[in-house]
Design a protein around this ligand. Sequence first.
Ligand SMILES: NC(=O)c1ccc[n+]([C@@H]2O[C@H](COP(=O)([O-])OP(=O)(O)OC[C@H]3O[C@@H](n4cnc5c(N)ncnc54)[C@H](O)[C@@H]3O)[C@@H](O)[C@H]2O)c1
Length: 313
Amino acid sequence: MRVVVTGGAGFVGAHLVAALLGRPEVTEVRVVDDFSTGRKTHLAELEVNLFEGSVLDPALLDEALDGAQAVVHLAARPPRRALRGPTGGAAAVRPDRPADVPADHLVNATGTLQVLEAARRAGHLPVVAASAVTDAALGPDAERTPYAVGALAAEGYLTAYQHCYGLRVLTLRLRDVFGPFQPAGPRGPAVVPAFVAAALAGEPLVVHGDGRQRRDFTYVGTVAQVLCAAVLRRLTVPGPVDLACGTRVSVLELAAELGRALGRPLPLVHAEPQAERTRPLPDPGPLRALLPGLRPVPLRVGLERTLAWSRAR
Ligand SMILES: NC(=O)c1ccc[n+]([C@@H]2O[C@H](COP(=O)([O-])OP(=O)(O)OC[C@H]3O[C@@H](n4cnc5c(N)ncnc54)[C@H](O)[C@@H]3O)[C@@H](O)[C@H]2O)c1
């Protein structure tokens, strides 16, 4: 089986490529990536065929999908803090600041449409796609940033191609993924890399609000396992499915677990709460029904692997 992975040089993509190459059914992995956030070093040890360029280039997509049997679409621009204010809320969006909305929309919405069209042209190849729809855009206090609207448009196209053209599509909503290759700093404001970086630097962990907000953290190896199974089994479901395993720990419990993994309690400082404190938790039920044999990597094991990678850097 030849599999095309868009965004294959990114954080999630590199783990998926490695997982696919470990499967005997997979004879070739092709990566389409423009390296805007992905890194060639993520694929250094892996035997992939690289199609360097953008998913906005139909000719490049046709070349990459020619003779392939499946597509995993992970190419996307990440949300940038610049679109949000210090609390992360929509109310704090600065109208006086230029936002890179057209570029976000082009890659995330139009790029998804281009991949779907290319999959159709290539003979109705099945598509597994990671959705960038964040829970913040879905909850009762839904904040419709231009970024979230672009992500919702991408999901809409995925569903439309399923209904209108009979394309086999599986849309997976990822959130709170953590593990090796995840960037810390402005490109990666996620809590796990921030905690790991602070802990290894001997600094206190910054907890926003009281830290009781619960999250469904998923180790990136589990995400790769799910994506890999979805491709190989050609899974399809009408509508998006949360890629969540029901971890549901609070940020305080996460800090305590990280401390246990390091063998010492970690000092905390509290900062102002973030808007996502109120966000709803994902529903792990549909994924469990789809992949009953899935054995997620436990939080502690995932943290130990992330620490080992961070230390080795
Ligand atoms: N990591 C998470 O917690 C998380 C959460 C929600 C959704 N997702 C989704 O999962 C997918 C992968 O995310 P990630 O964390 O690996 O992000 P990432 O930024 O590490 O990877 C995205 C990859 O896409 C590539 N890319 C960007 N624009 C491109 C273009 N125009 N053409 C070709 N390649 C392009 C980048 O170079 C990068 O390699 C994305 O769709 C993202 O929205 C991730």
